[in-house]
Ligand binder design. Structure first.
Ligand code: UDP
Ligand code: MG
Length: 173
């Protein structure tokens, strides 16, 4: 049997996960994938970041509600944040998606993260507490969107130096 290839994937604890104090539960569940965390931060999600992240869904009727949801707009200001993480390891994308469960929390395996903690709002949005990249191409795009090179421990993608007025900054090449 061949060894699964090392992969990386973006995980986001969405604002409903933050509000429900589920960060610890989610990280404990994800530890079952036996991956390592190479980046982690808490941040506010701007409208432009939200729209870029979910650009593949921009024609969906629920797009505006989804953008408000990932920004935490339906919740109090202290919950308008997410925790973003990058996991690395063999078969990382499939393993994390399996632990996350199906997109629709009502259809998700009840033992999965989304099955355990998700719900469908009265507006019909799937509040499913976690984002997980769906394939390698999406993972690379999403990690580059959410993280700067210096926020990742170790080398991930090629980088380049660009001149800035106040010196030099490292950006994805
Ligand atoms: N979503 C929703 N209704 C749908 C499909 C998706 O509310 O019919 C939301 C849900 O929060 C989901 C996100 O939009 O996690 C992104 O959708 P995608 O199809 O990429 O699912 P995922 O990759 O998150 O499982
Ligand atoms: Mg997706």
């Amino acid at each position: 049997m061949s060894t699964p290839k090392d992969e990386y994937t973006l995980v986001i604890v969405k604002p409903d996960g933050i509000k429900k104090s589920l960060t610890g539960n989610i990280l404990t569940k994800l530890a079952e994938a036996r991956l390592i965390i190479i980046g982690a931060k808490v941040l506010h999600v701007s409208k432009s970041l939200a729209e870029d992240h979910y650009r593949h869904l921009k024609d969906k009727p629920f797009f505006n509600d989804l953008i408000e949801y990932i920004q935490g707009k339906p919740y109090g200001e202290e919950y308008q944040r997410v925790m973003a993480l990058v996991y690395r390891g063999p078969d990382a994308i499939r393993r994390v998606r399996a632990l996350a469960g199906s997109t629709n929390p009502e259809e998700a395996d009840p033992v999965s993260i989304r099955g355990s903690y998700g719900r469908i709002t009265t507006k019909g949005v799937f509040e499913n507490v976690i984002h997980a990249s769906s394939d390698a191409k999406d993972a690379e795009r999403e990690i580059k969107l959410w993280f700067k090179p210096e926020e990742i421990v170790g080398d991930l993608f090629p980088v380049k130096k660009v001149k800035r007025e106040a010196g030099e900054e490292t950006v994805w090449s």
